[in-house]
Write a protein that binds this ligand. Structure first.
Ligand code: ATR
Length: 495
């Protein structure tokens, strides 16, 4: 099982000790990043390991290798020699610098050398060869860290790790595409993964140790663990890990769910077995392409033309595609109508993108008379013509149509989402107060559009309800087990 190492990136030893104590329950060792420390701390470096009840790696990362140290090779050597008077268990030595005095000191004091190369721009074509030649003695641990540019790089680096002849090694993919190497080091044959908890991530893609341990189940992962995840780009801020991982823990399943930032879904799906992937959520921008790539799909995927869930059939050796967005959307609506005795005959869908397609499909199937209103009227027209329903741009005609289809108003655009530069997709629309307004955005849960609707007296349904319901269905497709998020999960767990 791989170990978790906390990179200490504060400016003083005292601050680093504080950081370490706070994160002590989640880590196995720590790395003192000298290059982030104030120079006044240098004379005391050797005292640091004595104050810590964990193995400490001593690292002075040079600027060229992604660190902050800009001094000469001689200064590099002097600082490390002085630090290594203390009982460090490891020292990370830059393979590009020749440091015979340090090597001699390490032999005398039984300090293990991690011989490292950091490629801060890319994974080089000769990565396997570089890794092979890194150690200069049988006791040295080679470390290869490379910035990954995409999905192909992720698989290439993991294969380099798995095919290497070293029994102990550290393999790290930096940047968003490398995150799976940090969360699943076992699939790169890497003995260590790094985390940061301070204000500065020690390398691009570093995660918080508590999150790695508690959410991403780092300590439980072995080669037997079933891997699930979400493919999309970007995807690191997805809330789905907070639905599935606690679900696996509650059901006592040996499984984990992680983000897989992906720029090439076809490549990812072909080789996902190399990370023992058994099921995937699919998000923007791959929902449509995944539906095209995967041949086996349910009726909703075929009709909507997009999928958000894939399961791997081990026996048949193929992927199956589902759309739980559509059913996740309907569940809270049905529950509301049951509870309040409401009947929806006519509804308006704002937006005509991927999310709108699933919503329109669901409503038409439920025999609701739907109209589509979109900023770009051509897009509204194209979607509407598939179903033979009304459509309009956001103009007088649109206002008239929406007034006439106002039992339900569904907001499916990204306007109002955290980070979006627009709060309200359709400020011209005035709520009468008798609409049921359903928002698809869930960050924030109450968007300006929804708040405006509430103020006018409308009933509302929030995007987190749909997220939870589609998550429950997805969990069932992944595991065959039921989750009840509303009853079983605390608010803090979910958001
Ligand atoms: P998704 O798959 O999440 O639905 P999408 O396919 O890119 O994303 O569709 C985004 C939808 O939100 C579109 O209908 C878009 O309108 P346009 O077709 O005119 O681009 C709509 N949208 C995005 N930002 C918007 C804004 N600020 N105001 C109104 N509509 C907006």
């Amino acid at each position: 099982m791989a170990q978790l190492c906390l990179s200490l990136t504060e400016n003083t030893l005292a601050e680093n000790l504080k950081l370490l104590r706070k994160n002590r329950p989640y880590i196995d060792c720590c790395e003192l990043r000298i290059d982030y420390l104030h120079e006044e701390e240098y004379p005391s470096l050797y005292t640091f390991p004595e104050q810590v009840d964990l193995p400490v790696v001593c690292t002075l990362r040079r600027y060229e290798e992604g660190g902050a140290f800009k001094g000469s090779a001689r200064r590099y050597s002097e600082i490390l020699l002085s630090a290594l008077r203390g009982p460090f268990q490891f020292v990370d030595l830059d393979a590009k610098v020749s440091v015979p005095e340090i090597e001699a000191q390490c032999t005398g004091k039984n300090i293990t050398i991690i011989r490292s190369r950091h490629f801060v721009l890319e994974l080089p074509a000769n990565g396997a060869d570089v890794l092979e030649k890194l150690p200069r003695g049988a006791r040295e641990i080679p470390k290869l860290a490379c910035q990954l540019q995409g999905t192909e790089d992720l698989f290439r680096l993991a294969r380099i790790g798995r095919n290497s002849r070293h029994t102990k090694q550290i393999i790290i993919g930096m940047g968003a595409f490398g995150v799976p190497t940090r969360l699943l080091p076992v699939w790169c044959n890497s003995m260590l993964s790094y985390a940061t908890a301070g204000p500065v991530p020690a390398a691009p893609g570093h995660l918080d140790p508590r999150k790695m341990t508690e959410t991403f189940r780092f300590k439980q992962i072995t080669k037997n663990t079933d891997v699930f995840g979400i493919i999309g780009n970007p995807v690191l801020h997805s809330r789905s890990p907070y639905i599935h991982n606690p679900g696996f823990a509650r059901q006592k399943l040996d499984a984990v769910y992680i983000p897989f930032p992906t720029d090439d879904p076809q490549f990812f799906l072909r080789y996902a077995g190399e990370f023992n992937v058994k099921g995937l959520s699919v998000t923007v921008p791959h929902k449509e392409s995944a539906a095209r790539i995967v041949e086996l799909h349910d009726e909703a995927v075929r009709d909507i033309g997009s999928c958000n869930t894939l399961t791997w059939d081990d026996k048949e050796g193929e992927w199956k595609a589902y759309n739980t967005d559509y059913s996740g959307f309907m569940a809270p609506l049905k529950a509301f109508c049951r509870e309040h005795g409401k009947r929806i005959s006519k509804g308006t869908v704002i937006g005509a993108g991927g999310a709108a397609r699933a919503v329109v499909y669901a409503l038409v199937k439920a025999k609701v008379e739907v109209c589509i209103i979109n900023r770009t009227s051509d897009k509204a027209q194209r979607l509407a013509e598939q179903y033979g329903i009304f459509w309009s741009g956001m103009n007088e005609e649109g206002l008239r149509l929406a007034q006439d289809h106002r039992d339900l108003i569904v907001q499916t655009t990204s306007a109002g989402m955290k980070g979006s530069d627009c709060d309200d997709p359709w400020p011209d629309y005035r709520f009468s107060g008798d609409e049921l307004v359903y928002e698809i955005v869930y960050t924030p849960v109450y968007t300006p559009f929804l708040i405006r609707a509430q103020k006018a007296g409308c009933s509302v349904l929030t995007g987190d309800m749909m997220l939870q319901k589609q998550g429950e269905e997805q969990f069932f497709l992944f595991t065959g087990k039921q989750l009840n998020i509303e009853e079983e999960y605390s608010k803090e767990e979910l958001l």
